[in-house]
Design a binder for this molecule. Structure first.
Ligand code: HEM
Length: 487
């Protein structure tokens, strides 16, 4: 019995030593690779990070502007500060513009659409989305009047005190609905309410990404998440079907109509054997979900930060209102053309975006070749986190990085200036595709709210600038009062 036990123990010991050695050899930092914290075998640095404030723990490191961590079996390089981030994304943009594979999302989106695609697919879909957005957002068919009209609906909904979360989400989602579906929804519409609820679902993806083969077979929240996304696809599919029935090439009403037109042209081209197109209905559905996923919660979260900052700094709110009163008055709605005459308001919106820091760790990138960056060698296939928190709060770039200070965006004469380190939309080839739309929405919604309402906390409540960390950084739910400025 003793010998059998010894053999079993020895075998176990041998296996453990073998696994640890293999893990060490496979995963050690090669010469020239960026430094970083020591990693545990197998799991790496997964437990080194504070999951409630990952963006802050990634920013407060002592390894310099380029450092590495191992998340399970995957190496991740974090870029910190304006210089390192823009050197990678802009100066060396060709090497850093791809997305890594994210198993859970790959299983749902299959690499289609804009946000998660690469190569030819990404180029075609991004170019198409950009030009369509330009046409419907700012061209002959501008979204400006629709945004102003949407404000009149949300203004009617406000009773005090209220939780702005749902209301503002609906408002902003409707702008994307107008863009892609060509119509808005009543806030009480059952279908709309259901869609908005589905979009609210989020999930921890670390475990699934670390062990995709295993997780695919196991039950758990990821299976529910997949089902929810299938429901969202069905929702869009119904809209597409509807658009196909009413489709008229001489009157393209919205994003879906334009896309159907593109598919039509592809069919004609492929007869001539020139088919390198990525346009089809599945891809259309993913692109539409991309626009919702990237374009709705982001803008809505920024507005919810805006209300909180105005309540926290009532003297800033008053100054914004005074500027709006003197330039626009009360008898007409704001227009994007007013921006140049509202430097203080513009500065406040930018400072809200800087301090709000709503995409704290950016979206992940990946090296698509071996690269040299700031003295380090990073092989192809390493996940890159161009940490936006570290840029928007970079001590070398901002006078008072941790204080709300519209002065960051004003020169001595009170004119608006934009420091280069203001990159909440990221930079380079993957730069947010909706930046112009988001900026127009933020400006029109924010000035409209300030023109018509004064925000304050309910009696006896202090504003809390606490957040929930996820892909976006959103304020914890709060209630707020909005007092009409003019009855
Ligand atoms: C990507 C920020 C609004 C569509 C991104 C990225 C950031 C960002 C940081 C990642 C860029 C990178 O990987 O380097 C924001 C912020 C917004 C906003 C702060 C609002 C305040 C919007 C809107 C839309 C949109 C309104 C669409 C209508 C997209 C898309 C991508 C993207 C499609 C993926 C681009 C690509 O992979 O090529 N955004 N965004 N975003 N955004 Fe936005």
């Amino acid at each position: 019995g003793f010998f059998v036990n010894l053999d079993a123990t020895a075998l176990l010991l041998f296996i453990v030593v073998f696994i640890l050695t293999a893990d060490y050899i496979k995963n050690r930092r090669l010469t020239g690779f960026p430094p970083g914290p020591p990693a545990l075998p197998i799991v790496g640095n997964i437990f080194t990070l504070d999951h409630k404030r990952t963006h802050e723990s990634m920013t407060e490191v002592q390894y310099g502007d380029v450092y590495s961590m191992r998340m399970g079996q995957r190496w991740v390089v974090v870029l910190n500060g304006f210089e390192a981030v823009t050197q990678a994304l802009v100066t060396q943009g060709d090497s850093f513009s791809d997305r890594p594979s994210i198993p859970l999302y790959d299983d749902i989106f299959h690499g289609l659409g804009v946000i998660l695609s690469n190569g030819h697919m990404w180029k075609q879909q991004r170019r198409f989305a950009l030009s369509t957005l330009k046409y419907f957002g700012f061209g002959k068919k501008s979204l400006e009047p629709m945004i102003l009209e949407e404000f009149t609906y949300v203004a009617k909904e406000i009773s005090k005190p209220f939780n702005p979360h749902l209301i503002v989400n609906n408002t902003v989602a409707n702008i994307i609905c107008l863009l892609v579906f060509g119509h808005r929804f009543e806030y009480g519409d059952e279908q709309f309410k259901k869609m908005m609820k589905l979009f609210e679902q989020s999930i921890q993806i670390q475990l699934y990404n670390a062990f995709p083969q295993l997780m695919r077979c196991l039950p758990g929240p990821h299976q529910k998440f997949k089902r929810i996304n299938e429901e969202l696809k069905d929702f869009v599919r119904t809209e597409v079907k509807d658009h196909k029935q009413k489709w008229d090439p001489s009157d393209l009403r919205d994003f879906i109509d334009y896309y159907l037109n593109e598919i039509q042209m592809v069919t004609e081209k492929s007869f001539k054997g020139q088919d390198d197109s990525t346009f089809d209905e599945e891809c259309l559905i993913m692109s539409v979900l991309d626009l919702f996923g990237a374009g709705s919660e982001t803008t809505s979260t920024t507005l919810r930060w805006a209300f909180l900052f105005m309540v926290k700094y009532p003297e800033i709110q008053e100054r914004v209102q005074a500027e709006i009163d003197s330039v626009i008055g009360q008898s007409r709605p704001p227009s994007v053309d007013d921006r140049a005459d509202l430097p203080y308001t513009d500065a406040v919106i930018h400072e809200i975006q800087r301090m709000g820091n709503i995409v704290p760790l950016n979206l992940p990138h990946v090296t698509n070749r071996d690269v040299h960056l700031r003295g380090y060698t990073i092989p192809k296939g390493v996940t890159i986190i161009p940490n936006l928190t570290s840029v928007l709060f970079d001590k070398r770039e901002w006078k008072t990085p941790f204080t709300f200070n519209p002065g960051h965006f004003l020169n001595e004469e009170g004119k608006f200036v934009k420091p280069a380190a203001f990159i909440p939309f990221s930079a380079g080839k993957r730069l947010c595709l909706g930046e112009n739309l988001a900026r127009m929405e933020l400006f029109l919604f924010f000035t409209s709210f300030m023109q018509h309402f004064t925000f304050s906390m309910p009696p006896g409540v202090k504003p809390v600038l606490d957040y929930r960390f996820g892909i976006t950084l959103s304020p914890v739910h709060y209630e707020i009062c909005a007092k009409p400025r003019h009855e």
